[in-house]
Unconditional design. Structure first.
Length: 268
């Protein structure tokens, strides 16, 4: 294996979706590559409208080994996207909160390809890759009677790198505590925030831009990547507050703002 193969390649595919490639393994987290959300019922006309086309066609993703979904909302677990990926990458496995597995089976993904993930234990996917589910507060932490979380983030400890994908979550003291034992190299954080008017429509919120910037600096992420701000205008607070917070309060904190489809090679 070449040194280049050992580098982490990050491709941003929109909303919070990323594809990570390292050591001949390819992982997608929360891939959303259709316009399914645009057709959700119960919202004012035009409320959901993608600002850009999917940068990747899901049927072209023929090399995926694992898809991780953080929760059941359609911009994180999209049946049309996942059905196409399952067909294009027939050896790909799918990991998600236990509550999501019924929906994954319903779209035709066989049970032997599915993994119920929870905070109770880490998921060792490969010899060099351990995935630790992290609880998420979207806008609250939700667990079933057996303690399985409905909303998760994931810490990937991958051949010397530590990658955190928050999924959808508020910033809470409990989240800071859950992450405090990790030295995070790359962290993906939602920055769309929340407000009463979105809540009235049933749009569940997340941490805002200032909180995300502060969290990254507090935990000393090597690089922070803001997500969940660029696809749907009506569920965003923009990118400017995030950048301003870093420059004004946390000089030196590295960050990267992706364009849809862009790939970044991260070298520690």
């Amino acid at each position: 294996m070449s040194n280049e193969d050992r580098h982490l390649k990050i491709q941003y595919i929109g909303q919070v979706g990323v594809i990570l490639r390292k050591n001949d393994t390819a992982i997608a987290i929360d891939p959303y590559l259709t316009d399914s959300v645009d057709h959700l019922p119960g919202f004012p006309e035009g409320f959901w409208q993608r600002r850009y086309a999917p940068p990747v066609k899901p049927e072209t993703l023929t090399d995926l080994d694992l898809v991780l979904c953080t929760h059941e909302h359609m911009d994180h677990l999209d049946p049309n996207t996942l059905r196409a990926i399952a067909a294009a990458s027939p050896n790909c496995h799918f990991g998600a909160p236990k509550s999501c597995l019924i929906e994954l089976e319903a779209i035709g993904i066989s049970a032997e390809r599915l993994h119920a993930l929870g905070t109770q234990e880490a998921f060792q996917f490969a010899a060099d890759l351990i995935i630790q589910p992290i609880p998420a507060w979207h806008e609250e932490r939700v667990r079933d009677s057996e303690g399985w979380d409905h909303y998760l983030g994931y810490v990937l400890q991958w051949d010397g790198l530590c990658i955190y994908h928050a999924g959808d979550t508020l910033l809470t003291e409990e989240l800071v505590e859950a992450l405090s034992g990790f030295t995070i190299d790359v962290g993906f954080l939602p920055i769309n925030g929340r407000d009463i008017f979105r809540n009235r429509l049933g749009v569940v919120g997340n941490m805002n831009a200032l909180e995300a910037a502060d969290l990254a600096a507090h935990l000393k992420f090597d690089i922070v990547v803001p997500v969940h701000f660029d696809m749907y205008t009506n569920n965003s607070e923009g990118i400017a507050p995030f950048v301003d917070r870093l420059y004004q309060k946390h000089p030196g904190q590295k960050f990267h703002i992706f364009q849809p489809g862009e790939t970044l090679v991260y070298v520690k």
